[in-house]
Ligand binder design. Sequence first.
Ligand code: CP
Ligand code: NVA
Length: 299
Amino acid sequence: MTLPQALAVELRGRSLLRTTDLAAAELEAILDLTDELKALPRCEHRPLEGMTLGLLFRKHSTRTRVSLAVAAAQLGATAIDLPGDQLQLARGETMDDTARVLSGYLDAIAVRTFAHEELERFEEMATIPVLNALTDEAHPLQALADVQTIRERLGGIEGVIVAWVGDGNNVCVSLAEACELLGASFVCASPEGYEPPGLPVVRDPREAVSGADVVVTDVWASMGQEEERAERLQAFAGYGVDTRLLALAHPDAIVLHCLPAHPGEEISADVLYGRRSAVWDASENRLHTAKALLALTLG
Ligand code: CP
Ligand code: NVA
């Protein structure tokens, strides 16, 4: 297959901890390759035969874990599940030693954990590419699927207005960074105390959503914040994405949510399952973007 733009960038051997680890042309190359891979029969391009991807997860996951495992399999590689609670990590072996040891077996590793600094340290100690499968601060793999879905559904992303409503969390930060790289505007409405670090916000969700092409939200209590749930439900009252709020957006606006969702909290069920929802496309695009990223990182 010919991948002219993809070949013009050098992602081989690189880690991805934040969306901003990518240059705009590199992000575009991942999305262009995603388009190409989606158009091919699922196992026609197998550049990773004989390689092994580790999946070290210290938090729950459905989409990230399965999309990476299937992406690896379709590209010819093997994926190994490494649940954090079943490794010697859970008995006190350090992340440093784990990174050193696993680097001797694997060709790349995706890690989902709590503190972002822990992932950064793991990446320093590893000698193989490390992919951020979500930390408390960033979720770049989700951002790839979100911007891919925007490109597909709206015919492009440059100049598109993306409105985030709710918690300025890991998914918000990574999507905002991807939008900036690709020339989309990003507006965020968050209550006081829940703003994304370093990003300007408005308080009123109606102001953020007015005229937006894409409306995005996520849960109000992320993994690790379970004890703050009651307090957060109060803080985010009025920040739910429902048909009334969506009526203020562009008439052809689409809605994104990384999932899992809590219908009736941050998003109403009629919006989540309605005609403007691109949520399920984005969820499927987790697989296609993961394939493109793995092919470019390991191929
Ligand atoms: N969107 C997402 O990352 O889902 P999982 O937590 O199921 O991986
Ligand atoms: N913000 C959520 C995303 C889950 C995919 C969390 O971190 O739990």
